[in-house]
Design a protein around this ligand. Structure first.
Ligand code: NDP
Length: 330
């Protein structure tokens, strides 16, 4: 049995692991089978994480966080959680490979998942010209005409990045002004390859096999137009990943996991939540990391309140022998 099981491998999960491991709690971190490292694995330059004056690539930052967590004794497992029982004093976490892990506390840091437009053809043409990740798929659109949907920082970042490959990048936005930060807006506005299509919603995605165009509806006068293009990048935000805890953890009206005040405490004792999954507002790597710290400290405090023999039984099962050496084998 573990003292702490952390679910999620973004900045919140890894930072919680660094703190928990340094407190000698020998955490087990479930990092996901294909998406370990979270959203930053799909980003390029991260310019706003303190301590990197020249910026750092998203994947490099996440691999560094993982190494830091492992250095102090975190065990990282690359698998998906398929079910959870968080209600008892001992929590159980079942993985895709069938393994069942028990823990006295769980830190839930599953982040958020890309939002979809909800169009019939979106799924059909996913990977055939419809994408949610410019850094993953931009390369395939060399010298092509493509579009990005959205008006936030993600859309501006994707559009700007895609000009490295595409000849022309439309930004399709349903309003006549952007939600993105001024600096990101200015970068996109000054790029000669980017053209904004204001007050437009994507109503159809066309193409047999590969995307060849979209049907747009004007949100002001309702008029319809068609735009020929080879790729559509959807960057309209993300929703907290909470499906594993429905019916167990309380959610807020925004759909994030409800926590008590500025803590990471959920409605269930011994269960803590951190990062984008509790944050409908700020959703930055650095705020997620800070939130992971809070969760680790809350978990540590909670464990200290449990009967000593119970905690000792978990400690025995996951004792760290050398805190600065290899990941701990249990
Ligand atoms: P946001 O929620 O900020 O923006 C989503 C955008 O998509 C909005 O413009 C919204 O329109 C639009 N949208 C939402 N749903 C639909 C829909 N169904 N159809 C059409 N358009 C839709 O999400 P982001 O992912 O852009 O950003 C999330 C957070 O991450 C923010 O805090 C942002 O600052 C941060 N971020 C920071 C970056 C950086 O600093 N380098 C890079 C990327 C993100 P409307 O405006 O009308 O609501």
């Amino acid at each position: 049995m573990r003292q702490v099981i952390i679910i999620g491998s973004g900045p919140a999960g890894y930072t919680a692991a660094i703190y928990a491991a340094r407190a000698n709690l020998a955490p087990l971190l479930i990092a996901s089978s294909v998406e370990a490292g979270g959203e930053l694995m799909k980003t390029t330059e991260v310019d706003n994480f303190p301590g990197f004056p020249a910026g750092i690539q998203g994947p490099d930052l996440m691999l560094a966080m993982q190494a830091q967590a492992e250095r102090f004794g975190t065990e990282v497992v690359l698998d998906d959680v398929v079910s959870l029982d968080l209600t008892g004093q001992v929590k159980t976490v079942t993985l895709g490979n069938g393994d069942v892990h028990e823990g006295l506390s769980v830190i839930f840091a599953t982040g958020s998942a890309y939002r979809k437009l909800g169009l019939e053809d979106e799924e059909r043409l996913s990977g055939q010209g419809v994408s949610w990740c410019a850094t993953c798929d931009g390369f395939f659109f060399r010298k092509k005409t493509i579009a990005v949907v959205g008006g936030g920082d993600s859309a501006m970042e994707e559009a700007t990045f895609l000009t490295r490959f595409a000849d022309k990048v439309y930004v399709i936005h349903r309003k006549d002004s952007l939600r993105a930060s001024k600096v990101m807006q200015d970068r996109a506005f000054s790029d000669p390859k980017i053209e904004f299509l204001w007050n437009k919603e994507v109503a159809h995605i066309y193409g047999e096999g590969l995307v060849n165009g979209v049907g747009l509806i004007d949100t002001v006068d309702g008029s319809e137009t068609t735009l020929n293009l080879s790729g559509l990048f959807i960057a309209i935000g993300a929703d907290p990943r909470t499906h594993l805890v429905h019916g167990q953890l309380d959610l807020t009206i925004e759909g994030t996991i409800a926590v008590q005040g500025r803590t990471s405490r959920t409605n269930l004792t011994g269960v803590f939540a951190a990062g984008d999954v509790i944050d409908p507002t700020y959703r930055q790597a650095v705020t997620a990391a800070a939130s992971g710290t809070v969760a680790a400290l809350d978990a540590e405090h909670y464990l200290a309140s449990l009967p000593k023999d119970l905690v000792d039984s978990a400690v025995q099962a996951s004792m760290v022998t050398d805190t600065a050496a290899e990941p701990v084998a249990v």
